[in-house]
Ligand binder design. Structure first.
Ligand SMILES: [Zn+2]
Length: 189
C-alpha cells in the first residue's frame, strides 16, 4: 500500500462527511466538476455488488467468466445543496467528457450534465460539459476519489494493484472481453 491511513484519533466525521458514490438518476444528474480529470477502472457486477477487477490472475469474477466494464469517476458538487459526491459513469458517457478534455485542460469548475437518452433507469447516459461562472477557488477541494472508492469497495490492499485503463484500452480488449450479445448494462439502483 502506498498510502497509509494511520491517525492518532478517530476521523472527525463532522468536518469530513463520508462521500457517497452515485450514478446518473432516472433522467439526469447535473453538478459542477471538482476533479481535474476522470479516473477509471474495470469493474464487475459480481455477487450483487460492483467490484473492481483485480486482473485475470487474481480476480475471482474473471475466473468465473464474468464480463468486466470500464467505469469512470469524477467528483461533482451541487452548489444549491452544498453537496459533494463521487459520480460513476459509463464508457458511453465518457464521449462528451473526452471531447471536453480536448478543449479544456481541466474539467474542474465546469458544469457536467449526465443525461439518459431515454427516460428509463438503464438507458445509456451521455455527458455534456459546459463552462460555469464559478471561479474554481470558490468550490470545494477535489476529493481523493481512489481513497473514497477504496473505502466503499473495502479493498484497500487489493485496489492498489487494480489495473487503471482508459476507454481506448478497453475498446482494444473488447473482442476477447465482450463477446457479442453478452447482456445489457445493469439497471441503476
Ligand atoms: Zn476481473
Amino acid at each position: 500500500m502506498d498510502d497509509t491511513n494511520w491517525t492518532d484519533r478517530p476521523p472527525d466525521t463532522k468536518s469530513q462527511p463520508a462521500l457517497t458514490l452515485k450514478r446518473t438518476g432516472p433522467t439526469k444528474t447535473v453538478g459542477i466538476c471538482l476533479s481535474n480529470k476522470p479516473i477509471g477502472t474495470l469493474v464487475h457486477f459480481w455477487r450483487g455488488r460492483t467490484r473492481p477487477c483485480l486482473g485475470p490472475l487474481l480476480c475471482e469474477a474473471c475466473h468465473d467468466g464474468q464480463t468486466r466494464r470500464w467505469k469512470g469517476y469524477l467528483a461533482l458538487y451541487n452548489p444549491d445543496e452544498r453537496k459533494v459526491w463521487i459520480h460513476e459513469f459509463t464508457e458511453n458517457a465518457y464521449g462528451g467528457i473526452g471531447e471536453a478534455l480536448e478543449s479544456f485542460t481541466s474539467l474542474r469548475g465546469h458544469w457536467i450534465r449526465f443525461e439518459r437518452t431515454k427516460p428509463v433507469s438503464n438507458a445509456p447516459v451521455v455527458a455534456t460539459v459546459s463552462p460555469s461562472k464559478s471561479p474554481s477557488d470558490t468550490i470545494p477541494e477535489d476529493p481523493d476519489i481512489k481513497q473514497v472508492l477504496n473505502r466503499i469497495w473495502d479493498l484497500e490492499d487489493q485496489l492498489t494493484t487494480a489495473p487503471e485503463t482508459s476507454p481506448t484500452e478497453v475498446k482494444e480488449l473488447r473482442p476477447a472481453l465482450y463477446p457479442r450479445g453478452n447482456g445489457q448494462p445493469r439497471a441503476v439502483k
